[in-house]
Design a protein around this ligand. Structure first.
Ligand SMILES: Cc1ncc(COP(=O)(O)O)c(C=O)c1O
Length: 499
């Protein structure tokens, strides 16, 4: 571990331990009569026992979780009481063992801290590392809630160009090498925010070689990597346009783990990776539970903030998740994740097949004029390329780039001198047509990183001319709904492109 102290912002350097949390340890001492705490008496908790029915990871049978049974040292009431801030010790240990088994961190010295989901975890990291006015390195298209957190804090995005593997190392290098020249007087960014598996919105996953290159650049320029990775276990093999192989669901947990792109933890030899894990996409988002994995240096400071901001995540959620994981065991949880991956992979395939039903899908190489990555597929209607996308290798989303050259309405908008942002005007008009037809996509403009008030139009924020993006999610709908939705999309395309 190298000295990373200079990465902390003034607020986190000035934090003191919460005095209330300090005294809690003394309450547990043998024979202590505590007249100190403001804890409610457990006999006055109105909740006594709780039984939850859960799925079994391997069979169709259900398992019963008795939260009141627990282990001797963890009766149900202890989950209802104030905790330490770091979260339940047994659950933390479970997460630690799981991390060791799955990610095999290169830095042996790492700690776990529970948090109430990655949204809050990222906000804690921004408040740990960033000062007002600083730029944060992020993907060219980034998760909107992540930037909605830093915009009011006076931070800006420094977007890094992407391809089908996520952010490009050459683009990261040139952004950093040219920083002083292009941003005189502004401090070079020292934080990289990444969704490197099944990125939201682009669906792309970063392979190991790219990770190594990105990591080495971060070492050279002294950058902290924040890996927001809720989709880690939802990694799929590449989509086959004309499938030759039968989708094999009979892999073992070992093969499943070996098939996953590694976390940056496996590459990090300096303790400069802060990883955000969430149970939202693997169990349920309403649990509001996840955990940080980072060097103890960062975990200690994050704990100080946790103690006075959120305290422990909900005790009930911790009780449910601990009980579920203990009942399933690590192998059972991995089986659950392996099956989950197949479920989402099937949904991705249904969505692309629905595209194939309404459009002709061809490899991007057949449309060199579109300047798209090799693995891109182009959806064509009556010989007109309408949209292109890289079939996702993880996550829940397809990032569709609509090509507007041949669209008559866009051509008119482009000629209209009064329109400052014709691509965005077209996107709004097209989105309204879709809503009228009762099919809802997420506008791509949400994902263009915020770079300050002088860069408001989509093009000023880095978009290519004559294209507009929409995010299409394949997680929530049935196959029939997907087919209906894509048929409606095709109908709107025909009307708008006048085909
Ligand atoms: C990249 C990314 N980070 C974080 C979240 C939210 O995670 P959580 O539910 O753990 O707050 C999402 C959810 O959509 C996401 O896509």
């Amino acid at each position: 571990m190298i000295d990373l102290n200079h990465h902390l912002n003034i607020a986190s350097r000035s934090r003191h331990p919460s005095p209330l949390k300090k005294i809690i340890q003394f309450m547990a001492m043998n024979d202590m009569v505590s007249l100190a705490g403001g804890l409610p008496h457990p006999s006055l908790f109105p909740l006594h026992t709780s039984t939850i029915t859960a799925s079994s990871p391997c069979t169709k049978h259900q398992v019963k979780l008795d939260l009141s049974a627990g282990k001797a040292e963890n009766p149900f009431a202890s989950f209802l009481q104030y905790g330490s801030g770091a979260g339940n010790a047994q659950l933390r240990q479970w997460c630690r063992d799981f991390t060791q088994h799955v990610h095999r961190p290169l830095c042996e010295s790492f700690d776990i801290l529970l948090h109430p989901g990655n949204t809050n975890a990222w906000s804690k990291v921004v408040n740990l590392l960033c000062e007002r006015g600083e730029y944060i390195l992020c993907e060219e298209f980034t998760y909107p809630s992540a930037q909605a957190c830093w915009i009011p804090l006076g931070n800006y995005a420094a977007p890094v160009a992407m391809d089908a593997q996520g952010i490009r190392d050459d683009s990261l290098e040139s952004t950093l090498a040219g920083w002083e020249l292009n941003h005189p007087g502004i401090q070079r960014p020292h934080v990289l925010y990444l969704v490197s598996v099944g990125s939201n919105p682009t669906g792309v996953t970063m392979g190991v070689e790219r990770r190594r290159k990105i990591y080495e650049i971060c070492v050279r320029y002294d950058i902290i990597i924040v890996e927001d990775d809720p989709y880690f276990f939802l990694q799929f093999p590449e989509y086959e346009l004309n499938p030759k192989t039968i989708n094999d669901t009979s892999t073992s947990n070992k093969q499943f783990l070996a098939s996953l792109a590694p976390s940056f933890l496996q590459i990090d030899y300096q303790g400069r990776v802060i990883r955000l894990e969430s149970f939202s996409k693997t169990l349920a988002p309403g649990l509001r539970l996840g955990y940080f994995i980072a060097h103890p240096f960062f975990i200690q400071r994050l704990l100080l903030a946790t103690e006075v901001e959120t305290q422990d995540p909900s005790g009930l959620s911790q009780a449910v998740v601990l009980s579920l994981l203990q009942t399933w065991g690590m192998d059972g949880y991995l089986t659950w994740l392996r099956n989950l991956r197949h479920e989402y992979q099937a949904r991705r395939d249904w969505m692309i097949r629905a595209f194939q039903h309404e459009f002709t899908l061809v490899p991007g190489s057949q449309h060199p004029d579109l300047d798209v990555a090799d693995s891109t597929l182009v959806a064509v209607l009556d010989a007109v390329p309408i949209f292109s996308f890289v079939p996702p290798t993880g996550g829940m989303f397809i990032w569709a780039q609509f090509h507007l050259h041949a669209n008559p309405t866009f051509q008119k908008m482009r000629k209209d001198q009064s329109l400052e942002d014709p691509e965005e005007c077209f996107a709004e008009y097209f989105w309204e047509m879709l809503v009228e037809e009762r099919v809802l996509l997420t506008p791509g403009s949400y994902y263009h990183p915020w770079q300050g008030k002088d860069k408001v139009t989509i093009q000023a924020r880095g978009a290519k001319p004559a294209v507009t993006n929409f995010r299409i999610s394949f997680s929530m709908t049935t196959r029939e709904e997907m087919e209906r939705g894509i048929a409606r999309l095709a109908k709107v395309v025909r009307a708008s492109w006048e085909l």
